[in-house]
Ligand binder design. Structure first.
Ligand code: ZN
Length: 289
């Protein structure tokens, strides 16, 4: 099942067709995408009874109308160095515990946005994003799936100079500029994506002249801390709330790990794809400095 935020309204997607959930459910579910996460199981069982393709209210979908699937999460949690090859390219040891930071929720954006470059060292990080359904504390690993609404595609955009500024460095500011947490295009639920540990993802930079360069190509089976493990470990400390986002980490191929280093410049477009979920796109615009 694929759930979208269609112009601010919760929607069910099948191929190129879409239905408005509030209308099709006769108000059983509200239109606000944030209102359903705490009732996710009800939504999924209702959705399973709906044939989107033949529904009288089905319309053609317009991807340009899609917003962030969870537009106002209470928490956006980032996990650093969660792929061995990325830890190595960063010159850092493999973590024994998850390395956790926050992307402030005002950085959350939809799947297709313009990003104004706040500095000269903005980097890309393709990530599988966990969307929390029913929240909780002390969630055992064996119950983690029942707290997950589904998965979406994310970019953990990072201004590296700001990220490493100060002693000790504070990651969160460099990762929280406007539109630095683009997500989407949909949430894919567990019934359609039973195995989040074997998903292929790619990141491609499209230059102003149209030249395409694939810069990242990874699979989530390389995650040091897998999806269930992250939910369990994070919930030991943090209460997870409905709609929270967990950015699970990025594989190798980021700009800062290259020789020479490469960062995003105005005119470039970043395209991130996870097989079975979809694609998100950001266009980069010149900033103030
Ligand atoms: Zn990251």
């Amino acid at each position: 099942m694929r759930i979208a935020n269609n112009n601010g309204r919760l929607a069910l997607v099948h191929n190129d067709r879409i239905i408005d959930i509030e209308k099709a459910s006769a108000g059983a579910f509200a239109a606000d995408p944030m209102s359903v996460f705490a009732r996710w199981d009800e939504l999924v069982s209702w959705g399973a009874s709906v044939n989107v393709g033949e529904h009288p209210d089905a319309e053609s979908l317009d991807p340009a109308m899609f917003g962030a699937p969870s537009p106002r999460p209470r928490q956006v949690i980032g996990v650093g160095l969660n792929y061995a090859d990325h830890a190595i390219e960063s010159g850092l040891p493999l973590p024994e515990e998850p390395v956790v930071f926050t992307k402030f929720s005002s950085s959350v954006a939809g799947p297709d946005v313009d990003v104004t470059l706040p500095g000269p060292t903005v980097d890309w990080e393709a990530e599988l994003v966990i969307v929390i359904g029913t929240g909780g504390r002390h969630i055992p690993r064996s119950k983690a799936r029942s707290h997950i609404a589904g998965f979406t595609v994310g970019q953990d955009l990072s201004e590296r100079t700001v990220q490493w500024q100060g002693q000790p460095a504070q990651f969160s500011m460099g990762k929280s500029f406007e539109n630095f947490a683009p997500t989407g295009p949909v949430i894919v639920t567990l019934d359609e994506l039973a195995d989040p540990d074997h998903l292929t993802h790619t990141t491609t930079i499209v230059g102003a002249d149209g030249t395409q360069t694939e810069v990242q190509n990874g699979t989530t089976d390389q995650l040091i801390f897998g999806v269930d493990d992250l939910v369990a470990r994070l919930s030991e400390t943090i209460e997870l709330f409905p709609g929270d986002l967990i950015f699970t980490g990025t594989p190798s191929g980021v700009g800062a790990g290259r020789d020479p280093k490469r960062f995003l410049v105005a005119g470039e477009t970043l395209v991130t794809t996870i097989a079975g979920i979809g694609q998100i796109t950001q266009r980069f615009l010149a900033g103030p400095r």
